[in-house]
Design a protein around this ligand. Sequence first.
Ligand code: ADP
Ligand code: MG
Length: 386
Amino acid sequence: MPRPGGPPIFKDVGKLSFDFVPERMPHREKQLKTLKSLFHPLMEANLSQNALLVGNVGTGKTHLSKRFCLDFEEFARERGKNVRWVLVNCRQRATEDSVLLAILKKWDDRFPERGFSIPEKLNVLRKHLERERAHLIAVLDEADVLLKKGSDLIYNLTRFDEEYQEPRGSISLILISQRNILSYLDRSTLSTFKRNNVVEFGKYNQAELRDILMDRVKLAFFPDVVRGECLNLIADIASDYGDARYAIEVLLRAGELALDEDMREVVPEHVREARATTHALLSEEALESLDRPKMIALLALARKLEKKAYVTTGEAEEAYALASEEFGERKRGHTQFWKYIQDLDALGFIEAKPSGEGVTGKTTIISMQEVPARSLIESLEASLLK
Ligand SMILES: Nc1ncnc2c1ncn2[C@@H]1O[C@H](COP(=O)(O)OP(=O)(O)O)[C@@H](O)[C@H]1O
Ligand SMILES: [Mg+2]
C-alpha cells in the first residue's frame, strides 16, 4: 500500500489487479476478430452461436471473453439489439444447479438458492429472455469441470430454442477450457460446435509478454519508474510459462518492493526478488485449479514437509486423513490418494520417487523442491477456508 509521502511508484495499482480487464489486449487481436466474426450471424440473422476458447493458464482466455462480451453488448445496443452476458466459473460453481443459479442472478439477485429444479430454472430464464427480448451469451469458464461430471447443462443450453416453433436465437455459449473438450460433448451438442468455432490461445513468447507488460506499465506506474531492461527481464522469466498473469504478478511485486525500499525506481534486483517470492505454482489460479480433495492432499504433504525434506507415502496418507477430517472432506481411499500424489507430481508441486529397497521394503518418498512448504500451507489454508 502506498504510504502518504512514499515515493511515487504507482499511478494506479488497480490496473495490475486480476479483475482489471484491459481495453486493449496486444497479441490477441486475431482471437478477438475470430470471435467477432463467429458471432456475426447473431447480429445479422438472430442465430445462436457457440465457441470454445482453448489455451493454457494466463493466455488471456477469461479476459478476452469479457472484452468480447463487453464490446459485443455495446455493438448490439447501438443496433437496437439487447444482448446480455454472464460469465460463470464452473470450478467455483461446480454443479449445473449453481451455474444456472449464477445465470439467473443476473436478472434477479435474490433468486432463491433452493426450491427450483433445473427445468424450472430454465423456464424462468426463458421468461426473462422473452420479456426483455434479449439474447444471452453464457460464458462457461473452466467448462471442463462441468463436462467431466457429465453435465447435461451444456446440452440443455444448446437445445434451448427447441421448445419454439421457429428458431429464435435465445442463447449462445462460449466455453473456456485449458484443453480441447469437444470430445466430452455428445454428438448432437458437438454438431453445434463446428471445428472452426475453436479459438486457440497459444503461450506468449518473450516479445509478446514484453508488449503486454509495457501497456500495463503505462497504466499503472508513473513515467520512468520501470526501466525497459526490467520489462525484458520479467518477460524472460514469464516466457518459461507463457503466462501473462504471472508476468503481471511479478511486475506488481517488483513495484511493491521498490515502494517498500523507498526507491523512486524499479530496478532489476527488485524483479529478481519478486520472482523469488512469487512462484507460478503459488498463484491463486494454480492452487484453485486443484479440486478440494487434491488441495487437502497437498496441504497435508506441505505440513509434513515443512519439518523435513522427505516423507513416505504412508506418513503422507496419515496427514491426509487428519487434514480431510479438519476440512470436513470425505477421506478417499489409498488408490485415489496415490492418484493425487501422481497428479501433484505431474503438476510440479512435489516430486515422488521410489525409495529403493529399505528396511520397510519398497516405498515412495516425496519431497517438495519448487516452493517453500510454508507458503503453500498459507495459501492453501486461505483457499480452503474461503
Ligand atoms: N494480450 C493481453 N494483453 C493484456 N493483458 C493480458 C493479455 N493476455 C492476458 N492478459 C492479462 O493476464 C492475466 C491473465 O489473463 P486471463 O484472461 O485470466 O488468462 P486465462 O483465463 O487464459 O488463464 C489477466 O490479468 C489479463 O488481463
Ligand atoms: Mg481463466
